[in-house]
Design a protein around this ligand. Structure first.
Ligand SMILES: Nc1ncnc2c1ncn2[C@@H]1O[C@H](COP(=O)(O)OP(=O)(O)OP(=O)(O)O)[C@@H](O)[C@H]1O
Length: 239
């Protein structure tokens, strides 16, 4: 049994009076990749926005390593190791690659750590090193995704919240992204909460999977079970 890193209990959240998330329970184990799957509008992005402090929950509890996160400001969450890469990647087109990466370290406060982080990111993504002085809007979709991941790494996350990293990417680049997540999990113990429309890709890399429908969790199971059990997959994922 692996320790829980993030625990979500009875989470209710949304954008106005009517909630989008209804009583969501979720556990993200330390050092594992947890996929969040479900149709358009199921509430996956809303869940990540609530966990990263962009939306205030109406009810429920969220804790990281046993510490309550409710009412903690987004930048404090980053300091505690919870880093969100939003849908669309959130890189700033007018800034250079290097400037975008430095923004990722803005809450770290140690210059030496920032320099080491940059060296590590350039090591992992040599293409970003070559293009460090280019504006981010000049990058390809794949390079922008690498930049978004590199910027998240600059904050030294314990838990990465990743929204649709495969969006707009060629299958070969998507496979590279998934391989990197697996490598970081294995080498550094990074935990990932991965929201994906690309169900096959997500199940190929995830340890566990949670399926949402209409703002509720309808099933949580080992990813291998959803991959291999045709009846379960058909019932909850429709293929
Ligand atoms: N900014 C917003 N204001 C109001 N309602 C919103 C907003 N963003 C999303 N919603 C609504 O919340 C519900 C859940 O949307 P959400 O984006 O969380 O789903 P999702 O599972 O991530 O789907 P997708 O894969 O399409 O992004 C939808 O009904 C959507 O219309």
């Amino acid at each position: 049994m692996t320790d829980a890193l993030l625990t979500v209990e009875g989470l209710v959240a949304g954008y106005g009076a009517a909630p989008v998330l209804h009583d969501v329970d979720l556990v993200v184990p330390a050092g594992q990749i947890t996929a969040v799957l479900g149709a358009n509008g199921a509430g996956k992005t809303t869940l990540l926005r609530t966990l990263s402090g962009l939306l205030t929950p109406a009810n429920g509890r969220v804790s990281l390593d046993g510490e309550q996160l409710t009412n903690v400001a987004p930048h404090q969450l980053v300091r505690r190791g919870l880093v969100h890469v939003p849908e669309g990647r959130g890189v700033i087109g007018e800034l250079t690659v290097a400037e975008n990466l430095r923004l990722g370290a803005v809450w770290r406060r140690d210059r030496a750590g920032e320099a080491r982080g940059l060296a590590d990111v350039y090591d992992t993504f040599p293409e970003l090193a070559r293009r460090r002085r280019h504006a981010a809007h000049q990058l390809s979709g794949g390079e922008r995704q690498m930049l978004a991941l590199g910027r998240a790494l600059m904050a030294r996350p314990r838990l990465l919240l990743l929204d649709e990293p495969s969006l707009g990417l060629a299958p070969r680049i998507t496979a590279q992204v998934m391989a990197l997540l697996r490598q970081w999990r294995d080498e550094t113990g990074l935990a990932v909460l991965l929201v994906e429309q690309n169900v096959r890709s997500a199940l190929s890399v995830a340890d566990t999977a949670t399926v949402m429908s209409l703002g509720r969790v309808v099933v949580a199971a080992p990813a291998a079970q959803l991959r291999d059990d045709d009846a379960l997959r058909h019932t909850y994922l429709g293929f």
